[in-house]
Write a protein that binds this ligand. Structure first.
Ligand code: FES
Length: 96
């Protein structure tokens, strides 16, 4: 099992390669907004990718719907649409 290093708001954790990032957040009890349970239906699980965007897939349809096609400016993605494929640095977005 290959492990990937993720830095989330400065805290470093390890995650299994290929795992869904939303599941990783849940396992590590990292607070994340969601009302759809990780199915790409609420648009609330927004995170900011500050490093490692080259390890992420292209914007999904759901992300395009909720975030618009401006990832290259905002660096925002929907956590539940992302697999862990390489080292990432992530900022949580606090909208409260
Ligand atoms: S958790 Fe609802 S869109 Fe990601």
């Amino acid at each position: 099992m290959e492990e990937i290093e993720l830095t989330i708001d400065g805290k470093v954790i390890k995650a299994e390669k290929g795992k869904n990032l939303y599941d990783v957040f849940n396992e590590h009890k990292i607070p994340l907004r969601s009302s759809c349970g990780g199915y790409g239906k609420c648009g609330e699980c927004v995170i900011k990718i500050t490093e490692g965007k080259e390890h992420l897939p292209a914007l999904t349809l759901e992300e395009n719907q909720y975030l618009g096609n401006v990832f290259y400016i905002t660096k925002e993605r929907l956590c539940c649409r992302l697999p862990v494929e390489g080292k990432l640095s992530i900022e949580l977005i606090k909208k409260d």
